[in-house]
Ligand binder design. Structure first.
Ligand code: ATP
Length: 365
């Protein structure tokens, strides 16, 4: 657990969720989440400088001796609109009610700030010991299907498995998906899950049909090992190289860059180095990798290992100096030089100009 000293004798403050789980697993936690049985916004501002408050959820971020901690009021929530953000019914409920709104038993553990005692209302300690992920009630995935992807994330991160009943609930939900859900939240969890770069996680995603949350189309597991490919070629949007395999991501709110990455993936095998080069000269590496996974691994690697570093040197000025008037013809000339350069990357600047001269004299004759 991150060392954070809070002097408090109320026995109403509890470390909660991931921070308790991670401490018990011997892992470092990045967020400090503390819940207060009552209204945190009033009580917790005394622990340090207040950074921000969110009255709708009764949460407050405070800088405690140089460390930021999130204090939340215990709250009870319901899901009137399944698959969307819950509605807060009561702020300042009991610790037990607060714990029951959480996703898995291992994330529902609390640790008293005053005494250090672990409070386990749901069997989280036992599940942690047995490496199991168990939801807290049968409606859990119906209320919030993002929990299915969160489950996958924790399976990848901790090597845990779904407990049998939870696995059945997941199977049932995936056979009856209610597509009226918050895809913004789904996307956030997909990013966190697949940025972990795990081929094994992706195989679970496909084989268990978790991908159906994103698209109703059938998707098969590609033969290419995506994790290995991503270890060879570093990209920013790791998650999109995985999730892009689904093809249809129209359900997700994508940024312009993400949409461009998908649009730049050719829909067929490129037949020559020239075609490969032209397809990817203005594309992100993510697009090339997706092409490699979906159509042609060798071609993608050839582009990334070799072709992308080949650049012609002649410019429009050179063509003008050679007496060629600016026209759409320029593009064709550049392409012709490029074709030669792809065949022989050693061609020099002067030799490029000779190629242009040859093209022009062939034209005249
Ligand atoms: P991480 O190490 O990834 O931050 P975390 O468990 O702290 O893990 P958060 O997303 O920060 O994950 O959530 C904090 C806590 O809030 C969780 O431990 C869990 O108790 C609860 N929680 C988060 N998302 C959900 C959800 N979709 N449904 C129910 N409870 C959730």
């Amino acid at each position: 657990m991150n060392i954070i000293k809070i002097k408090d004798n109320s026995n109403k403050l509890y470390f909660i969720g991931g921070i308790v789980r991670d401490e018990l697993l011997g892992l470092k936690s990045f967020d400090i989440d503390i819940t207060y049985v009552g209204n945190a916004m009033e009580y917790c501002s005394k622990f340090g400088e207040v950074i921000r408050k969110n009255p709708d959820f009764g949460t407050i971020r405070v800088n405690v001796d140089g460390q930021e901690a999130d204090f939340a009021s215990t709250r009870f929530e319901t899901y009137p609109r399944k698959g969307h953000l819950p509605v807060v019914e009561k702020i300042g409920c009991s610790l037990k009610e607060d714990v029951m709104r959480r996703d898995f038993t291992i994330n529902a553990l609390a640790k008293s700030v005053t005494t250090g005692e672990i409070i386990d209302f749901t069997g989280g300690l036992e599940d942690l010991k047995n490496k199991k992920l168990r939801v807290l009630h049968d409606e859990s995935f119906i209320d919030d299907p993002t929990r299915i992807i969160r489950g996958l994330k924790f399976r990848i991160r901790f090597g845990f498995e779904l407990e049998e009943h939870t696995k059945n609930l997941q199977r049932e939900y995936l056979a009856n998906i209610n597509r009226d859900m918050s895809y913004k939240r789904i996307k956030k969890e997909l990013i966190e899950t697949f940025n972990l770069n795990s081929q094994k996680g992706f195989e679970i995603f496909i084989n268990e049909g978790i991908y159906k949350l994103v698209t109703p189309n059938e998707v098969k597991l590609p033969k290419v090992n995506i994790e290995e490919l991503l270890n060879l070629y570093k990209v920013k949007n790791i998650w999109l190289v995985y999730v892009g395999v689904l093809g249809d991501l129209s359900s997700l709110p994508l940024t312009k860059v993400e949409q461009k990455i998908l649009n730049d993936v050719p829909k067929k095998v490129m037949k020559s180095d020239f075609e490969l080069y032209k397809a990817f000269e203005n594309a992100n590496t993510e697009s090339v990798l997706l092409y490699g996974i979906l159509y042609d691994e060798r071609g993608a690697k050839r582009y990334l290992d070799k072709l992308r570093f080949i650049k012609t040197k002649i410019t429009g000025n050179d063509l003008a100096n050679l007496g060629i008037n600016p026209s759409p013809e320029y593009g064709k000339i550049f392409d012709a030089v490029l074709k030669e350069k792809l065949k022989n990357p050693e061609i020099s600047y002067d030799e490029e100009k000779s190629i242009v001269r040859e093209i022009m004299s062939n034209k005249k004759s």
